[in-house]
Write a protein that binds this ligand. Sequence first.
Ligand SMILES: *[C@@H]1O[C@H](CO)[C@@H](O)[C@H](O)[C@H]1NC(C)=O
Length: 381
Amino acid sequence: MGSRFFLQALVLTALLPVIAYGKCDFPAIFNFGDSNSDTGGWHFAFPYQMLPDNAPYGRTFFGQPSYRYSDGRLSVDFLAQALGLPFISPFLQSVGSRFEQGANFAASGASVRPTSTDFNAPISLTVQLNQFKVFKQQVLDTISSHGSLNYLPSADSFKTGIYTIEIGGNDFDNAYRSLKLSPLQVKQTILPKLAKSVGGAVQELYNEGARTILVKDVGPQGCGPFWLTYFSHAPTDFDQHGCSISYNDAVQFYNTQLREQLSLVRKQLPGADIVYVSQYDIIYDFFANPSKYGFKATTQSCCGVGGKYNFTWAAQCGLTGPVNGKSVTVGSCSDPASYIIWDGIHLTDQANRVLTQQILGGKYFEPSTFSITSRCQTQPI
Ligand SMILES: *[C@@H]1O[C@H](CO)[C@@H](O)[C@H](O)[C@H]1NC(C)=O
């Protein structure tokens, strides 16, 4: 009896702090990026101009449009849930935002390259970094004159928070669509500078105090209905999973350069975790082994219409547009969770969930010694 009680007490005291507090070293998330992680940034800057202002965006999780390019959550939302944090508010949302557990600077259409005449991307990575600096300075000034406030992050969380960057895809698209470059030309012209700029952004965040910075690479665009439909492909341009070889090759070329840039930056920034996240590999495996993850469709869009890939540029998800001479209002498939792709470009809620689970699993981090779960008792997602 006595020893059993002792044992139980021992087990309880060992487990209690973990159960009671759900220990997590990351008090906040600061995110930078494009539509893949935009939780309302673009909407609050330029309202009523983009697809996710309309149904059926948001149908699976929020039950209404939530300004996210998804039927529900994005990967950054699942990360917040896993870390036990609320969904992070967009920096540009003036009413109802709570920033104590982070802020989201991502905006749809954002590119690494700054706004120029050849394409339209007003809230580029540079703008987002500047917004972050202003935000941080305002928070620190407020804390020093009023003490900490319950809707602002603590000064410390700028150091201990987790920083995530996911950007680059639009730089490809703008080069393909506006500059009319081929994947090969894109490789030769814009890509080397791109990876350097992202490395520079990491350096800037470090200078601002960030010590845990995760940079996601660009996913396999060549498997996406938009890239498969909008651009012409030679019959020899398809791999065994129906993805475009040349468009994926351009992305992989860039990702290799990003890897190299981050390993250079890592050497120059001591005492920090500068982490490359190879989401390309995770997402490509969705297309290679869909049934392993419960997906039934691969290169077809859930919300879309027409053609081999269920995608028509002039009649995109939620819009009314011409398809074979008839006007069609484009709705959602009945089972988004069995699709990888929601709207021809972006992932479904379910694909974002599985992606985030795989990321947290730790196998796709470089360096491989980095781990989130050893520093945070994550919540199931
Ligand atoms: C294409 O999208 C429509 C919604 O417009 C959906 O009902 C249909 O199931 C999708 N088709 C395929 C082949 O995925």
